[in-house]
Design a binder for this molecule. Sequence first.
Ligand code: F6P
Length: 344
Amino acid sequence: MRVGLLTGGGDCPGLNAVIRAVVRKGEMVYGDEVVGFLDAWDGVLERRAMPLDVHSMRGMLPKGGTLLGTRRGSPYDHPDGVERVAATMRDMALDALIVVGGNGSLTVASNLHRDIGLRVIGVPKTIDNDVVGTDITFGFNTAVQIATDAIDRLHTTAESHDRVIVVEVMGRDSGWIATHAGIAGGATVILIPEQPFSVDDVCDILKTRHQRGRYASIVVVAEGAEPVGGTMPDQEVVRDAFGHVRHRSVADRLAPEIEGRTGFETRVVMLGHIQRGGTPSAYDRVLATRFGLGAIDAVHQRAWGNMVASINDEIVQRPLSDAAGKTRPVDLSLYRDVASIFFG
Ligand code: F6P
């Protein structure tokens, strides 16, 4: 078969391991030709692609990022985008397309399967771990380790200066990274999008802890965490040079409130894209490899419209439509019954 592959959405450690696994099994076991589209759907629309073979995969396993490049955006953003996808598949004589992506790219893949019968197989990826239909996505384990290492380091400087440090981690819609890294790093409080927080409650936890003689505190906050209405001043609207509204980060808004209400000196650390960069953990390399092998098997089973998934540590197939347009919230029992026991 001739199989196309693209990586879409935010990059994530383990993407190259997926590509390597697809190419390895595709070429060596099935005799496939694999073609990689550059820059996600842009490459499909503009027919920018490169041949992928076992030889060209040398050294890719430990490399972060994606050798194919990635973009956000979708064929549905263009009036003739969907027809151009169909035309590329036809004119490049492709039998299948493997889409390695997060919620956005998997939704697009699902819609293209529904709208034009695209012969597509999905592979879920995101450091956020919030794809519905799989227990875990690769990239998450690496991101949690990076965030945990950072929190470990912040403890000693916070303790030396008797400070509160508010660490903001990624997670627009879900608090998976915050919850896991917060538990692993011994956070004083963890704030997640699934559980709106009261600033007064956060300050009470910090004050009680400090009354017990502990000074330094680490507050881990997911970027999408929101205060309960009215408990933190509304953010002022800041506009950039183009007039676009720019939101201040939740950590930047929360830190002055903590300092003002408790009197404890407070600093902010934004981990940002450090969480996504660099080499994947061993766990993510193995999961990404298993997903890649599962994806090329799914192509040969003609399981169009499905994605590979890990359920109870087994690689299975799930309909893309199960994941489309949704995000998987953090397990609240982990937050309430494990993480919160250590707050304060
Ligand atoms: O989707 C993964 C993610 O890392 C989110 O946690 C984060 O909000 C977003 O990507 C950042 O995206 P960008 O790279 O476009 O700034």
